[in-house]
Design a protein around this ligand. Structure first.
Ligand code: ZN
Length: 245
């Protein structure tokens, strides 16, 4: 996909990055990313995806902004309370970068609709707050050999990994049992912002081929100690989700 004069200027500083160039930027423009969950992770992730020039962004969230979301879900401004998160986010992303196409899906992902909703996405970014839906997205990604950039946060802690089905473990290889779910948990907004930025770095790397994605590696962050740690994680050959690949 060719870049306009305006796009060449907008993306000038990242086209300069060795390994991206005009070709890499054109690849970003040809890529569709689905952001599942427009919350603490999905708001900043979609912001940086749009700024980076991913051509099409699909925002999936059926929720509306509440006052208690606003410490971390940065597309939700005071005036957006009560509005659909995906719609308010689309407005901001389009205002930031009119050269990206933003689509909203204001529905809840289910086993029945997951393939249709995520069907056109090349990469999935995890902006979820529950494991049930994460494993549903993981299954879609394994079936369609699609990268899934997982992140999860709590308070000043977080974790992430990049799933490339067949090349490294899937989410089910790493977490054979569903971790416990919590309705309401503590989050400092800067923690998901940090992980969202890392997710976008991973997405750019997957598309342009630069660097080494976080496949087969799980990154942990402890913001209290300001400590990052990466541990290797392996495929489970008997994984019920990806074992057949
Ligand atoms: Zn697996």
């Amino acid at each position: 996909m060719m870049l306009s004069e305006r796009e060449l200027e907008r993306y000038d500083r990242q086209i300069m990055i060795p390994g991206i160039g005009i070709e890499g930027q054109e690849r970003l423009k040809s890529t569709t990313v689905a952001v599942v969950g427009v919350g603490g992770l999905g708001c900043p992730a979609s912001l940086y995806l749009a700024a980076a020039g991913f051509g099409r962004i699909i925002l999936i969230d059926e929720g509306r902004f509440e006052l208690s979301n606003l410490n971390r879900q940065i597309h939700g401004w005071q005036r957006d309370i009560g509005r659909l998160k995906a719609e308010a986010a689309k407005e901001k992303l389009t205002a930031l970068n009119p050269d990206v196409e933003v689509e909203t899906q204001t529905i809840k992902l289910t086993e029945e609709n997951v393939d249709e909703v995520l069907g056109e996405a090349d990469i999935i970014v995890d902006g979820l707050d529950n494991w049930r839906t994460r494993f549903l997205v993981n299954e879609h990604c394994v079936q369609h050999r699609k990268p899934f950039i997982h992140a999860g946060v709590r308070a000043l802690y977080g974790q992430m990994t990049t799933i490339k089905p067949g090349e490294g473990p899937c989410l089910r290889c790493i977490f054979p049992q569903n971790p416990p779910e919590a309705e309401r948990f503590p989050v400092l907004g800067a923690t998901p912002a940090l992980f969202a930025a890392l997710q976008v770095i991973e997405a750019v790397k997957l598309v342009t081929g630069i660097g080494r994605p976080l496949v087969g590696r799980l990154l942990f962050f402890d913001g209290e100690e300001m400590h990052f740690e990466i541990v290797d994680v392996e495929r489970n050959p008997n994984c019920p989700t990806c074992g057949y690949l």
